[in-house]
Design a protein around this ligand. Structure first.
Ligand code: ZN
Length: 465
């Protein structure tokens, strides 16, 4: 079913238009109950006595003028429902067939092959004329399927219709959202007008460096810098892409800056130019504890002192083991005392190895590429092992080194030609984090759809069919 939505009374009856003169007889036959004309309240006897043909209630329509120009203009906003067409919609409000055919043809020509989405808002400028009080005349029809593009069909004096495409320029606008954490960091930002996606991106960028369990507290101040896209008439087409963010922790402030190094992927960096993303996971597993560190030790099975060439993480059998970094599988299978074993090559001189697995991850075999965090196997106790654990090795230049000592060396950094550009960006964003205009509080960024950004009096009236 189709539904119509009124606009506010002031826009329904703009002061620039001829005064309202629609006769009551016409109104009662009109298929749409215009919301600005309230249904008459039940009449009391006293009201009959005082009735002099002049409305007394403020909600009643303006006084009819005896010498009315024969036109009554009004606006109407309709939503396209499933299975609807413009023509059917116009037929439903009794627009004469010749007019609706012309309008539909003109609109289709403008839209080319594009289809209007269900829920699309159609704005109509209508006129009731005395000769045909039940069939409104469409003065104009407009639809804006994208914020930057509107299609307008207008009636000419000769009764024909003309179509026009109106394009609005879209440009970026930098705003900030500043607040204190109350509840989740994401919700705190969203409440203040930051898009959820930008907050999630912010949290992800922080997560490599911030220990959310220990360092995050209520009341901590945060600021995010967003780039919105706005049309020339002020409609927000993109609620905001995260450019930078700042979180004040107890003892330090963490700042992340969006940057794309030349020839590289866009990402977040700290102001020193280090990527927030570590090339290698700290721990190639969730939920584990270190049971044996890298270095010389008494071997638990062999009984003599030897170099423990990796780190042992205790975890329940079957716990997924993740690729510490992106790379290529160079070994996958039984490997003596190592048991079921996988070795990954990440760069020419960096590799990681995983031992004592119960089984391999899906598709893991020599030669295949893996992503960081991909499951390459499962914790077991195969080979020379005293219990379920992961033995994890880090190889550099063919030698096993301490994996836990590698974490800071593994960040990508901004270097060379990028450095000057990055430093300028850091200065710009750091300043804007303090002085960019603040997004209106408690007002989520306007939707790209005009239908949701328009004020409505809340009265919805079903169209008759
Ligand atoms: Zn070990």
């Amino acid at each position: 079913m189709l539904r119509s939505e009124d606009r506010s009374a002031s826009s329904l009856w703009p002061s620039t238009l001829p005064p309202f003169t629609l006769a009551r007889a016409t109104l009662s036959d009109f298929p749409i109950a215009l919301p600005s004309i309230d249904p008459p309240p039940p009449l009391a006897a006293t009201e009959f006595s005082g009735f002099q043909g002049k409305p007394s209630a403020p909600t009643s329509e303006p006084e009819p003028e005896p010498d009315a120009p024969g036109s009554d203009r009004y606006e109407l906003t309709l939503r396209l429902e499933r299975g609807d067409t413009i023509e059917k919609m116009l037929a439903d409000i009794d627009v004469p067939e010749a007019d609706r055919k012309q309008i539909a043809t003109k609109l289709h020509a403008l839209l080319k092959k594009r289809r209007l989405a269900v829920g699309e808002t159609i704005e109509l400028d209508l006129q009731t004329i005395p000769e045909q009080p039940d069939a409104p005349r469409v003065l104009s029809l407009s639809v804006r399927p994208q914020p930057e593009r509107a299609y307008i069909i207008t009636r000419r004096d000769d009764g024909s219709y003309t179509g026009e495409e109106k394009v609005y320029k879209v440009s970026p606008r930098i705003v900030r959202v500043e607040g204190v954490r109350a509840g989740s960091l994401q919700q705190s930002g969203v409440k203040l007008g930051a898009p959820s996606a930008a907050m999630i991106e912010f949290i992800r960028a922080l997560s490599y460096d911030v220990d959310f369990q220990r360092e995050l507290k209520e009341g901590q101040k945060f600021t995010v810098l967003l780039e919105q896209l706005v049309t020339s008439d002020g409609m927000v087409t993109h609620p905001g892409r995260l450019l930078a963010g700042e979180l004040r922790l107890l003892k330090r402030t963490v700042t992340v800056i969006r940057f794309r190094p030349q020839g590289g992927a866009e990402g977040f960096f700290n102001p020193n130019g280090e990527s927030v993303v570590r090339s290698f996971l700290r721990t190639p597993m969730d939920a584990s504890r270190i049971t044996s560190r890298f270095g010389m030790r008494e071997h638990p099975i062999l009984g003599f002192s030897a170099l423990h060439a990796g780190v042992d993480f205790a975890a329940p059998p079957g716990t997924p083991i993740l690729a510490a970094g992106a790379g290529k599988v160079v070994m996958a299978g039984p490997n003596g005392g190592y048991g079921l074993y996988v070795k990954l090559q990440h760069t020419r001189d960096i590799g990681t190895a995983y031992a004592h697995m119960s089984r391999l991850g899906p598709g893991i075999k020599p030669g295949v590429a893996v992503r960081q965090g991909q499951v390459i196997g499962f914790v077991g106790s195969t080979g020379m092992s005293t219990g379920p654990h992961l033995h994890y090795e880090f190889h550099r230049g063919g030698r096993a080194v301490n994996p836990l000592a590698q974490k800071f060396a593994m960040r990508a950094t901004v270097t060379g030609k990028d450095a000057a550009r990055f430093n300028t960006r850091v200065k710009q964003y750091t300043a804007q984090l303090k002085n960019a205009p603040v997004v209106a509080e408690n007002k989520p960024a306007k939707s790209a759809k005009p239908s949701t950004s328009r004020e409505s009096t809340g009265t919805e009236v079903a169209r008759s069919n």
